[in-house]
Design a protein around this ligand. Structure first.
Ligand code: HEM
Length: 260
């Protein structure tokens, strides 16, 4: 059989997967489902690219890494922009089908947790947010116990003659990335001496900014849609989400800016 657009993309199957639960159907539930599914597809691609950038770093491939970070940061900026679409849904409209979500929540997104861990934002307790029954928790645990993109970044820097403090290679991989003053001194030097690496650092900073923007915009979306209500995932809602605000993925790249 000739391959067609629909068969290659498995469109019949894909377009069967949007199943609103409200009866009679609430118009905006379709938007809610489509936007979350879209996010999950982008998360899938981000993880795919994260694996690539780790390989680029370990292979000392600067241009490969630059190309991948360009893609990563562009996807994240797009993710932030897509929240505008969901903000066309009013609080009343969301309230009309919210109870159908039961305890389902983005909090349980195993791919989002994988993303956080892949980029070094490791929180052991957050693995528990992924329901065990779906058999996906092991994916999250695997990311937790694997070296992160930041660990591979240290490998890369070392190959480029940057003196990366040895304790950064021996710390337990399950710990989150920590700012390191000795590394910051080195990065500052690189900013003055190796302009090709500056391109990379700025792209990584773009990505980090995108991640933080997403958290902020998601909180504002939640605030305008449910206010001070508790989350369907069982957390305090906005107050819980605020705990991750302004926490950079690459703290050392932010810490040196006032010294330039
Ligand atoms: C009307 C729209 C939305 C509302 C009211 C909402 C609400 C919430 C709330 C209250 C939480 C905290 C956990 C809980 O107790 O449930 C949460 C977490 C989360 N939501 Fe949303 N959300 C919305 C849209 C989205 C979208 C479009 C995404 C995209 C995937 C998303 C992804 C997440 C993620 C990943 C978390 C976990 C964040 C973390 O642990 O730091 N949410 N959401």
């Amino acid at each position: 059989m000739t391959l067609t657009y629909a068969t290659y993309l498995q469109l019949p199957e894909l377009l069967e997967l949007q199943r609103p639960r409200s009866t009679p159907p609430e118009h905006d539930e379709m938007l809610f489902i489509v936007i979350h599914q879209t996010y999950e597809l982008w998360f899938k691609l981000l993880l795919h690219e994260a694996d690539k950038v780790q390989r680029d770093f370990s292979a000392n491939d600067l241009y490969g890494a630059i190309a991948t970070w360009k893609r990563l940061r562009t996807i994240f900026k797009t993710l932030v922009g897509q929240l505008d679409i969901l903000e066309t849904m009013t609080p009343l409209s969301f309230a009309s089908f919210r109870e159908r979500l039961d305890t389902a929540s983005g909090f349980q997104s195993f791919q989002f947790r994988e993303l956080e861990f892949a980029f070094g934002y490791k929180r052991i307790q957050a693995t528990g947010s992924v329901p065990e029954q779906e058999g996906r928790r092991e994916l999250v645990e695997r990311r937790l116990t694997q070296r992160s993109v930041v660990d591979h970044f240290y490998d890369f820097l070392r190959q480029r003659g940057v003196r990366v403090p040895s304790e950064l290679f021996t710390k337990p991989v399950t710990l989150p990335t920590q700012a390191n003053e000795a590394l910051q001194e080195e990065l500052l030097r690189v900013y003055h001496e190796q302009p090709e690496l500056v391109i990379l650092f700025e792209l990584m900073t773009d990505f980090d900014e995108g991640f933080q923007e997403w958290r902020y915009r998601h909180i504002k979306l939640v605030e305008r849609t449910i206010g001070a209500k508790r989350g369907t995932g069982g957390s305090a809602g906005v107050e819980f989400l605020k705990q991750s605000l302004w926490k950079p993925l690459f703290p050392d790249l932010w810490a040196i800016r006032h010294r330039m």
